[in-house]
Design a protein around this ligand. Structure first.
Ligand code: DOR
Ligand code: ZN
Length: 430
């Protein structure tokens, strides 16, 4: 069946201009057939009212908690939340139980992810067995099972020579090494930025622990030629190091989260673990450096680090609660409203960093609207402002620091290979 979306606005990736055009796709082949104004016959016409028709969003960093931590999230709820956020492709982190260190676990996540009939899921496999930081996993076998990258996200590989060997083998396997950068001999058991920690009376997490590890891994990436992808960059020094490495020709890419672009440690005025995230919310200079790095391409993409936890876990206070914030349902509205609408970030840069650029980094499908490409689309309303109410999330996680913020730019419909995977107001998976 040929479907035509009429009355939407598309973004020209070259000029950055919005223009009115229709999009026709075939829901059998799942491909876009034509883009333009006079597209001929269609079996079904969907009439839009000036909504943005964007490529489906792509998030290279989410925690879906399944297997093992399904009280926090399941593949079904996490992938529905992703679709609700306009995402068609997500890559999920391996800190599950068991961790994703075996090909069978990779295959299981892909198979059950498909059953959810929501966004596509691409597992990131562990660098080390059990994420214990010692023995390396079988990269080739994990890749053959469908893993798109390698990471020990949540902690990171502390042992330098082990990381060197990991990069050598990842290079051979053609897999990106995705690093959670934290030198634990510096971060120790700190929980939030030292300034906020002083106010609240908890242990500070030294921000330098991030750049220290990035520096090591840049050197190892330069030596090995591996593709190094740096997760959730949060400090000024980290941005400077990545910029320097790029100028040297190191194969390095990086991501920044919505919370590190919009918040600083100054928001932590009382003991509420909703603000506890790793890396922590940092200072204003850091936030500003991340924004600059994002604008000049040093930080290539937006990733949410969607990290759902239960209400009970997050009620334990900053010292004891787990690190993490949810983000996949609110990332586009927040960045659209607070960075694009005020003119800080061009719409084109935001969309590119959530679509084409991430597909390029991990070799994923989608990310572009043109004839012959998969019909992976996010249809977004920019004229309707809503208050963020965590109780309405499709994710099981309610742990957002953005509750009660107002934002526009909500996804009303998400399409994956020509099939609708989300429509505003649909029922929630259990
Ligand atoms: O805040 C975080 N939460 N940072 C991480 O590195 C891990 C994640 C999680 O798994 O909850
Ligand atoms: Zn993470």
């Amino acid at each position: 069946m040929k479907v035509r979306l009429e009355g939407g606005r598309l973004l020209d990736p070259r000029s950055g201009e919005l223009f009115e055009a229709n999009v026709a796709y075939d829901d059998v082949t799942g491909l876009i057939v034509a883009v333009g104004n006079d597209l001929g016959e269609a079996d079904e016409v969907v009439t839009l009212n000036g909504e943005l028709v964007l490529p489906g969003f792509v998030d290279l960093h989410v925690h879906l908690r399944d297997p093992g931590f399904t009280a926090k999230e399941t593949l079904a709820t996490g992938l529905q939340a992703a679709a609700a956020g306009g995402f068609t492709q997500v890559a999920c982190m391996p800190n599950t139980n068991p961790p994703t260190d075996q090909p069978a676990i990779v295959r299981d996540i892909i198979a059950r992810g498909r059953d959810a009939k929501k966004a596509d899921v691409h597992p990131i496999a562990c660098i080390t067995v059990g994420q214990a930081g010692n023995e390396l996993t079988d990269f080739e076998a994990l890749k053959a099972a469908g893993a798109v990258a390698l990471s020990d996200d949540g902690k990171g590989v502390q042992h330098g020579a082990r990381m060197l060997e990991a990069m050598e083998r990842a290079k051979a396997a053609l897999l990106p090494v995705v690093i959670h950068s934290e030198d634990e001999t510096l971060s120790l058991d700190g929980v939030i930025h030292p300034d906020a920690a002083k106010r609240i009376g908890v242990k500070g997490l030294l921000p330098e622990s991030e750049a220290a590890m990035i520096a090591r891994d840049i050197l190892l990436a330069e030596r090995t030629g591996a593709h190094l992808h740096v997760c959730h960059v949060s400090t000024e020094q980290s941005v400077a190091l990545i910029r320097w490495a790029k100028a040297r020709g190191v194969r390095i890419t990086a991501e920044v989260t919505p919370h590190h672009l919009l918040l600083t440690e100054s928001i932590i005025t009382h003991d509420d673990a909703v603000f506890k995230v790793n890396p922590p919310l940092q200072g204003e200079r850091d936030r500003h450096a991340c924004l600059e790095g994002f604008l000049d391409g040093t930080l290539d993409i937006i990733a949410t680090d969607h990290a759902p936890h239960t209400r009970e876990e997050k009620s334990r206070g900053i010292a004891k609660a787990p690190f993490g914030m949810v983000g996949i349902e609110t990332v586009f509205p927040l960045l659209y409203t607070y960075l694009v609408a005020p003119g800080v970030v061009p719409l084109n840069r935001l969309v590119d960093a959530m679509t084409r650029r991430p597909t390029e980094l991990f070799g994923l499908p989608g990310g572009i609207i043109r004839p012959g490409a998969p019909a992976d689309l996010a249809i977004v309303r920019t004229d309707e402002e809503r208050r963020i109410d965590p109780e309405l999330f499709y994710s099981k996680g309610r742990n957002t620091p953005f509750a009660n913020w107002h934002a526009a730019g909500w996804t009303v419909r998400t399409i994956l290979r020509g099939r609708q995977i989300f429509e505003q107001g649909e029922e929630r998976y259990e």
